[in-house]
Design a protein around this ligand. Structure first.
Ligand code: F6P
Length: 550
């Protein structure tokens, strides 16, 4: 079980607080007088390099942060998670997404059962199914090959596979096209189905619970669309498969249990990419490459379990996040992939981090009083540069940012990659070291500006610098590297949750809105009285009803 230590009440926290007061006034420029800084604060793991030297840290900060993780029982917490202890206490569940990518032939006993046996058999079923769809052995009801696969799911049943299919698009040459429908807004499914053909479309209904309103509504619409052409319900088995842990609901929906790919309670939604939820990835790029992604994640698991904290990438990233959130008071963090294939990585990380650690009640059941997860956002570089980077360079917030880039491009077109790399490198340099007023004045003078102009313009052209970032460089974006990167961030989130003394694997915060929506739906559908609502909600409902002619 996880230790319950209030980090704020530890002596180490106090020491960090005192040290922060000193560190905040030492600019990065000053810290970089130490020419060994890159060697001291960078870590290599296989084909991935993390440079965290452009952070407002020194040896003392790092030692204190590591001390904090030790006091919090991080070591033991890692062991507990991998061993399948029920560390998701509020739901009384183990947390074993790592078992899904355990490709060894060993065993892992949970509730008297070797769960690796079940995991292997679902993986085998995924292998056979994905191959037969890709090779056209699995056929639609008129005997045609499947050309389009539509994944219907939301949250963890959408974001992970959607992100991974996008990230590995380069490798999807012979696979069918894969589409993702998540939003209950009817426009999402309508626009997706517009160009598809009932005879050649396969639906994967992805829902752990198989009760999620958005997914079930979209799945029902997909079923009607299919039957409008196919007519006979017998054909549903040729066009619908389920990725779920709820066999009863799957068969109630009318999907043949033969076409169900199971996963289990010990897999949280936002960690479910490694389960049957990854089926669209296997169909898109082929099972072997899908398994390479799992292998990559498994390598990160081994790194996370075995590497001392000082060289442990998820631990370092997690600690830096805490340093900025709790001591510098940063409310936001950015993840900026200089890799178009990773365009959906920030969206995936938003759920991973904010649904896991966006909590304010500690494992003691009391208000934390200290900050937990930051708001996470991101966009691929260089697009972000022409959008919101103004704020990270010159705004009033300090936003620690992770920059990611491949050394080698997957598409070596002209000098695109040189330019991408140049931007990637320059941005972190500009953020860290900025441009002083003196430098601005000299530059303007060299441009032959008048002294009047210089006085007027120069304050606006100063870059304060001293803005922290991490650089993560990988050789090229392969399935193995993608697996490693995803698992690095998963474990970063775990590290932070352990130290913040919160439960990272539940998500009670999404429930209230869902419950209220049931009541409001009745109102919208049947026009029942609205006296039990607050005046704002009641006013909005009346306005909508009036406009809809109720
Ligand atoms: O939004 C809450 C949530 O439970 C997520 O944690 C989960 O990923 C998503 O809904 C989808 O749930 P399901 O896979 O059960 O449809």
């Amino acid at each position: 079980m996880l230790k319950k230590v209030d980090p704020e009440k530890t002596e180490t926290w106090e020491k960090l607080l005192r040290y922060y007061k000193k560190m905040k006034n030492i600019p990065l420029k000053e810290l970089f007088k130490d020419t060994a800084r890159f060697d001291k604060y960078s870590v290599k793991f296989d084909n991935i390099l993390l440079d965290y030297s452009k952070n407002k840290i020194d040896g003392t900060v790092m030692s204190l942060l590591i001390e904090l993780s030790e006091i919090s029982g991080l070591d033991r917490a890692i062991e507990s998670m991998f061993a399948g202890e029920k560390i998701n206490e509020t739901e009384d569940r183990a947390v074993l997404h790592t078992a899904l990518r355990d490709l060894t032939n060993t065993e892992l006993i949970l509730d008297d059962k070797n769960i690796l046996t079940d995991i292997r058999s679902v993986r085998e079923k995924m292998k056979v199914f994905s191959c037969s769809v890709r090779e056209g052995v699995f056929k639609g009801y008129t005997g045609k090959k499947i050309t389009d696969v539509v994944n219907i799911g939301i949250g963890g049943s959408d974001l992970g596979p959607h992100m991974a299919c996008e990230a590995l698009k380069h490798y999807s040459d012979k696979g069918p096209r894969v589409h993702f429908v998540s939003n209950v807004d009817g426009s999402h499914i309508t626009e997706t189905l517009k160009h598809l053909d009932q005879e050649t479309t396969l639906f994967l209904v992805a829902s752990k619970t198989f009760t999620t309103q958005e997914t079930m509504t979209n799945a029902q619409t997909a079923r009607e669309w299919f039957l409008s052409e196919a007519k006979d319900k017998e054909y549903i088995k040729n066009h619908f498969a389920a990725l779920s842990s709820n066999a009863e609901k799957v068969s109630q929906f009318g999907i043949d249990i033969e076409n169900m790919f199971e996963f289990w309670d010990f897999v949280g939604g936002r960690f479910s990419l490694w389960s049957a939820i990854g089926l669209p990835v296997a169909i898109s790029v082929g099972y072997d490459l899908y398994e390479q992604m799992l292998k990559g994640a498994e390598k990160t698991d081994i790194h996370f379990k075995n590497e001392p904290f000082v060289r442990n990438i998820p631990v370092i990233l997690g600690l830096l996040g805490i340093w900025y959130s709790d001591f510098f008071g940063c409310e936001c963090e950015f993840v900026l992939p200089y890799d178009q294939y990773l365009s959906r990585f920030p969206a995936f990380l938003q759920q991973l981090s904010m649904e896991s650690n966006g909590k304010s009640v500690s494992r003691h059941g009391k208000n934390t009083g200290y900050r937990t997860a930051q708001v996470l956002m991101g966009e691929p570089g260089t697009n972000g540069q022409h959008s919101f980077y103004q704020l990270i360079h010159q705004g009033t917030h300090m936003i620690p940012s992770d920059f990611l880039c491949a050394v080698h491009p997957l598409n070596p077109v002209s000098d695109h990659h040189d330019k991408l790399l140049a931007n990637f490198l320059s941005q972190t340099e500009a953020l860290a070291f900025g441009r002083s007023e003196q430098e601005v004045i000299e530059k303007l003078r060299s441009e032959k500006r008048t002294e009047n102009e210089i006085e007027r313009i120069s304050p606006h052209r100063v870059f304060p610098g001293d803005r922290p970032s991490n650089s993560i460089i990988y050789d090229r974006l392969t399935p193995d590297t993608l697996g490693k990167l995803i698992a690095i961030y998963e474990h970063k989130v775990f590290v932070q949750g352990v130290i913040w003394n919160i439960f990272s694997f539940d998500q009670w915060g999404v429930e209230l809105g869902k419950e209220l929506a049931v009541k409001v739906l009745d109102e919208i559908r049947n026009g029942n009285g609205n006296e039990s609502y607050d005046v704002s909600t009641a006013g909005l409902i009346s306005y909508i009803k009036e406009k809809r002619g109720f």
